[in-house]
Design a protein around this ligand. Structure first.
Ligand SMILES: [Zn+2]
Length: 271
């Protein structure tokens, strides 16, 4: 759903003329309360990678900017800095896509928070990453629209993120004999094996992921970005893909994500 409306100016435009106003389009991935009525937003942008923006006094909507500063929204903002090292401030802004469907349930909010925390981890300041940003956009869109099982959306996001960050090779061919299909996966070596070669590796951390899941992972790794979600798997395989995805993501990124712990709690409560 497209919502476009111009919003009134933030009252603090001091210094805007000195450093100029910049346009930035991106996704609001995090917000922290700051003082009584302000928030510091993390925004993953097309133009500058990850940025921090001070949204002053917009918790009360008096400035009219509340809508364009909502978490998980895809927004287009005009920003300025008072000084070189200070945070960006918002001059004006509009919503490109609100993804309002995400706010319909605690579960979807928890998924979105996790996707955003991961994206915040891999996209750096002054390093725009359009592929990763588009992946996050498509992921939030599908989540907001209930187009696919959440576990499939999550698994695709996790494995595609690893592929985009160069941390996951193509898993379609056995590393030992070169045959397909592969059914075994060894996360510590990022390698995979066919049924007969994998059987000889029982003592290692090689796991039997199965042909359906491994072929889904190689599809996710190699597909064009527009088609990366376009496959079907039985529910049990989607669940496995999702569990393997979070295992691999935390393992390869060497990170623990607080939002993932929260997501798993929310999912456990939801049954
Ligand atoms: Zn083999």
């Amino acid at each position: 759903m497209q919502k476009k409306h111009h919003l009134c100016r933030d009252n603090d435009t001091k210094g805007a003329r000195e450093l100029g106003i910049v346009e930035a389009e991106g996704i609001i991935t995090r917000e922290i309360k700051y003082g009584d009525s302000s928030r510091i937003l993390t925004i993953l942008t097309k133009e500058f990678g990850k940025i921090s923006v001070l949204a002053g006094g917009v918790r009360t909507n008096k400035s009219g900017l509340l809508a364009a500063t909502q978490l998980f929204s895809h927004v287009s903002l005009q920003l300025f800095k008072g000084r070189e090292k200070s945070l960006y401030k918002i001059n004006s802004g509009e919503i490109v896509t609100s993804f309002s469907g995400i706010r319909e349930s605690l579960e979807k909010m928890a998924y979105a928070s996790y996707f955003c925390e991961v994206a915040n981890d891999v996209i750096q300041e002054n390093a725009p990453d359009m592929e990763q940003l588009n992946l996050l956009l498509n992921t939030l869109f599908l989540l907001s629209q209930d187009k696919l099982p959440y576990t499939q959306i999550k698994g695709v996001f996790e494995f595609r993120t690893l592929a985009l960050q160069g941390l996951l090779p193509d898993l379609s061919v056995c590393d030992q004999c070169g045959n397909s299909p592969t059914v075994f996966f060894c996360p510590s070596e990022a390698s995979c094996y066919c049924a007969s070669c994998g059987d000889t590796r029982a003592a290692t951390d090689t796991i039997h992921a199965g042909e359906a899941v491994l072929s889904a992972i190689s599809y996710i790794t190699l597909a064009e970005s527009k088609k990366v979600f376009a496959f079907t798997l039985p529910e049990s395989s989607c669940n496995y893909l999702s569990k393997l995805g979070e295992y691999c993501l935390t393992y390869y990124l060497e990170r623990q994500f607080q939002t993932l712990n929260y997501l798993n709690k929310v999912c456990a409560l939801g049954g």
